[in-house]
Design a protein around this ligand. Structure first.
Ligand code: PSU
Ligand code: MN
Length: 308
């Protein structure tokens, strides 16, 4: 083995030494999920929200072939302005490090990096999943397999309706990934608080979610947990309003022959355009909401380990 080119931000290194709460954050949402400058503003707000909650944020990316766990202000801005950052999932991470490239990490790659750095809680907007039409395209995000094998608790606002939500839940069940909805029985669908499907599990307290994370380790179970956190009421967009737009974006992707890792960024960008940017406001609100819950879980993990 050769040593990993790993850089921990001083704040993150400090929290690791003291056993403090740390929340990992992905970066594909910055480079491929939101337009500039909203991406940079949101990334800064998410980090500030984590700090306000009493935890340390660790935004994950690859810069000049180094795996960064926590970015300083200049690095965050450089990433947000980067027009051609690679989108790194499990398959791409080591190759990007080997070639000295720059890239943003998806949920899957950020989970791998978080585990490497000893971080167990992670916040994002939405995870990747089983795409509509997967029965012919075979398009299933590597995020799902990652949840099955990497022991990180991931807080997301459910699964975005660009995916086939029932199939996504079926695959998660097959993989043995706990899907825990926070504070309600219905599994949320990103912009909407309900997907029309019940959540496999429900928990109402961050402490319980942290305890379940620790007990999975005690049981020697590989893999993490998916925590589905419903978007705040005030920011919700009803599902039927989004459906028309999602269907149109899906048709555009098909017409243009978009495939592979380009599919999710294409759909997100198209939906942004088709809603004249309206989808973005909801997206920002739910990411901040997820950062808050992830911070509470991370603090509880630290406390239950006797570090706080
Ligand atoms: N879903 C969203 N916003 C996002 C993504 C998904 O609502 O920004 C990003 C995340 O980084 C996720 C990735 O891990 O897309 C999934 O890509 P793929 O479907 O190609 O695995
Ligand atoms: Mn895919």
């Amino acid at each position: 083995m050769i040593p990993l080119p790993l850089d921990l931000a001083p704040e993150v290194a400090g929290a690791r030494t003291s056993g403090g709460a740390i929340v990992a954050l992905e970066s594909t949402i910055i480079t491929h999920g939101m337009p500039f400058p909203e991406n940079l503003e949101t990334a800064r707000q998410v980090e500030q929200t984590v700090r306000d909650c009493g935890a340390v944020p660790a935004t994950i990316s690859v810069l000049s072939g180094r795996l960064k766990i926590g970015l300083n202000g200049d690095e965050l801005e450089a990433l947000a302005r980067m027009p051609d950052a690679a989108k790194l999932s499990r398959a791409d991470l080591a190759a990007c490090l080997a070639s000295g490239g720059d890239g943003a990490t998806t949920v899957a790659a950020a989970m791998i990096a978080a585990r490497t750095a000893g971080i167990e809680v992670f916040a994002t907007g939405g995870i990747g999943g089983v795409h509509r039409g997967a029965e012919t395209s075979f398009d299933i995000s590597a995020d799902l397999n990652e949840l099955a094998q990497t022991p990180v608790t991931v807080v997301a606002a459910g699964a975005k309706a660009i995916l086939d939500v029932p199939k996504t839940l079926e695959v998660l069940e097959t993989l043995g990934v706990p899907v825990i909805t926070y504070g309600q029985d219905a599994f949320p669908a990103f912009w909407s608080r309900a997907s029309g499907l019940p959540s496999p599990l429900r928990m109402d307290r961050a402490e319980e979610i942290a305890a379940a994370h620790l007990l999975r380790a005690s049981l020697n179970l590989p893999g993490g947990q998916l925590v589905a956190n419903p978007i705040p009421y005030a920011a919700e967009i009803p599902q039927d309003e989004m459906e028309r737009v999602i269907a149109a974006a899906g048709r555009d992707a098909q017409t243009k022959g978009v495939s592979g890792k380009a599919v999710t960024p294409f759909l997100l960008q198209r939906i942004f355009e088709l809603t004249n940017g309206q989808s973005l406001e909801a997206n920002i609100a739910l990411v901040l909401n997820n950062a808050r819950l992830a911070s509470e879980i991370a603090k509880s993990l630290a406390a239950q380990r006797g570090n706080a």
